[in-house]
Design a protein around this ligand. Structure first.
Ligand code: AMP
Ligand code: MG
Length: 391
């Protein structure tokens, strides 16, 4: 049995980022940037009005001053107008500031009188002018290598005139769900059977990553079937096997992988739930063997498979989101393995929820945070802990 840190270290040393690709912006949502992006255009790109109003010279505008309207400047084209002393140009939000003007007065702050306005408020130089480059200077970094591309990132890239963006490579994943006891949803359960929930769990978790595409096979607990399933699934870049990785007579994944010539880098980790976790390599394909118990499959997916997929996809940050929380019960881990407790994070308070056993999928479904309790660790109610979240 090796430590969790060693196991994660081995996995992350082994997997490599896949070759980057260029995709249309809208396909890049939640992908990771393949390199840094500097700004090509300043933002704003020209001095423009923040209000509907009048472009003026601030020093002309004592309250009560009368100004002559000499033109109109809408957004969308530059009429190359000029404002000279005693004059004002009607202007609209987003329109270029005419030469000579150094302020905009809001239309609410003037009284219109035919071709003139009367200014009713104090006017300061630069007011309501969005100056070229005040938000973003050319060359400034707008997106870093490995950063996740969000809706707002895509808006920023669009504001720069980009149509495509270079992101980390796609990951094809094969899921192999093993177990003689497994039935598919819609089938009638025979005595002793259970429904295969792990296939659904793993496919759903994989859908949370952009650029990861999953296929599923089920497989009985027999060596030939498993050989065929693993050989076929290993055409993907990664395979996630559920079940059959433990040490019982019906747990055939480890020995079958060996008989296929696979390298096994990790087998059995000091983590609860999830001890039988396995990681190895068959040809160019990385194989993750998750224990069949649903909570074990979930926890080992988050701790070992998730960071590996993120690294392959070009992500810089591989850790789960963490937040501080106040523990509301005493907790002790008398065991020799780090224990991941499933719990609920509510208004900054964390409490374990449901049965803390590896088959207990109802409790898991109610949880939204994990607390890692190290081997031998005791925590008192009221202490501040860091919990991991995933949604
Ligand atoms: P195993 O890891 O194959 O020894 O399975 C451990 C436990 O997980 C057993 O109770 C299995 O019935 C259960 N199990 C295995 N595969 C699945 C699955 N795909 N969905 C739900 N439970 C499973
Ligand atoms: Mg099994």
């Amino acid at each position: 049995m090796i430590s969790e840190e060693e196991a994660r270290g081995q996995i992350l040393e082994t997997v490599r980022p896949l070759a980057a690709r260029s995709v249309p912006l809208l396909e890049a949502l939640n992908c990771f940037a393949a390199h840094d992006y500097p700004a090509r255009l300043p933002l704003p790109n020209f001095d423009n009005s923040a209000m509907d109003g009048y472009a003026v010279i601030a020093s002309d505008c004592r309250p009560g001053a009368r100004l002559r309207i000499t033109g109109e400047q809408p957004a969308g084209l530059d009429r190359q107008l000029r404002v000279s002393s005693g004059a004002a140009v009607r202007i609209f939000t987003g329109a270029p500031i005419p030469e000579g003007a150094d302020a905009v007065v809001m239309q609410e702050e003037v009284t219109r009188d035919g071709d003139e306005i009367v200014v009713n408020a104090a006017v300061y130089p630069h007011q309501y002018i969005r100056e070229r480059g005040c938000d973003l200077a050319p060359g400034q970094k707008i997106l870093g290598a490995g950063e996740r591309i969000r809706a707002t990132t895509l808006a920023l890239l669009t504001s720069q005139g980009l149509e495509t963006v270079a992101v980390g490579g796609e990951v094809r994943a094969g899921i192999v769900s093993t177990g003689d006891e497994l039935a598919k949803p819609g089938e009638k359960l025979q005595p002793g059977q259970i429904y295969d929930s792990n296939s659904t769990l793993l496919q759903s978790l994989l859908r949370g990553f952009a650029g990861v595409f999953a296929s599923v096979q089920d497989c009985a607990d027999n060596r030939d079937a498993l050989r065929r399933a693993l050989t076929a699934a290993a055409k993907n870049q990664i395979v996630i096997v559920s079940g059959g990785v433990s040490v019982g007579e019906h747990d055939l994944v480890h020995s079958t992988m060996r008989s296929l010539g696979a390298r096994i880098d990790v087998w059995r980790v000091a983590i609860k739930p999830g001890k039988p976790f396995l990681f190895g390599r068959l040809g160019d394909c990385f194989i993750f063997g998750l224990p069949g118990n649903p909570v074990s499959a979930f926890v080992t997916f988050l701790q070992f498979v998730r960071p590996a997929i993120l690294k392959m996809s070009g992500a810089a940050k591989l850790e789960l989101p963490q937040s501080p929380a106040k523990l509301i019960v005493d907790l002790t881990n008398d065991g020799e393995r780090a224990h991941y407790l499933r719990g609920k994070l509510e208004r900054g308070n964390f409490a374990p929820i449901g049965r803390q056993e590896s088959h207990a999928i109802f409790g898991l479904s109610q949880s939204d945070a994990l607390l890692r309790l190290a081997a031998g660790e005791s925590l008192k109610a009221g202490s501040i802990v860091e919990v991991q979240t995933w949604d």
